[in-house]
Design a protein around this ligand. Structure first.
Ligand code: ATP
Length: 200
């Protein structure tokens, strides 16, 4: 029997006075990667933050039911908030998080093309370099469950392929991953959820 990484039931989301989606239930098994799709503004990032525990599910406007989210094991969220100190060199900014989460392996730093950037202040990094740094933080968290919000934005073609292989390896090693992205993803066995089917 496949072990469950996530069970989420009856999720509903309201932001301000705008209802986004309702009646969303999803399960994620160990080894599974799930692609969340949907047009701009539908609530993909909101769903990711909800699954990360940063945004509470809203009570359903009709049934009044408030959904539930249960993870097996820790999770790591990667979104546009990389959380790295803009005033610090990249190495020092990553070292701060290494004291919280654990170190980023040297081979990951090299593989992400960051080895020559460790003395560059985070604020001077390009968009793609900041994204690579955020991926380093993700790896440093050593979490079995990944939530990746637009992980390919700003990355060049080779780096996109590298991220796809990273996700594939993570899942092959028993991890689980949810990816919100407008881009198509070349990941074997990837399953898909179209948030438009739950839009209010
Ligand atoms: N803190 C907030 N307060 C009120 N409304 C918000 C808040 N954050 C987001 N929203 C609104 O919620 C809606 C969904 O936003 P969200 O970022 O989740 O969509 P998305 O599907 O990820 O969009 P995109 O594809 O453009 O990234 C948008 O209309 C947005 O303006």
């Amino acid at each position: 029997m496949t072990a469950t990484a996530l069970t989420a039931t009856d999720l509903c989301c309201r932001r301000g006075d705008r209802w986004l989606f309702s009646g969303l239930s999803l399960g994620l098994a160990r080894g599974q990667a799930l692609h969340i799709l949907g047009p701009n503004g539908l609530g993909k990032s909101s769903l990711m933050r909800m699954l990360a525990g940063l945004l509470p599910p809203s009570p359903d406007p009709v049934s009044g039911i408030t959904g539930a989210i249960a993870w097996d094991g820790p999770l790591a969220l990667m979104d546009e908030r990389h959380g790295l100190d803009l005033g610090q060199p990249l190495g020092a900014a990553l070292a701060f998080w290494a004291r919280v989460d654990g170190p980023v392996p040297d081979e990951a730093i090299k593989g992400l093309g960051l080895a020559n950037l460790l003395d560059v202040p985070v604020r001077y990094l390009s968009t793609g370099q900041k994204k690579r740094a955020a991926l380093a933080r993700l790896i440093g968290q050593h979490a079995p469950n990944w939530l990746l919000d637009e992980p390919l934005n700003g990355l060049d073609v080779a780096a996109c392929a590298m991220v796809e292989r990273m996700i594939e390896r993570h899942c092959a090693g028993g991890g689980a991953c949810i990816i919100a992205s407008h881009q198509s993803l070349g990941i074997p066995g990837l399953t898909r959820l179209d948030l438009a089917e739950y839009a209010l």
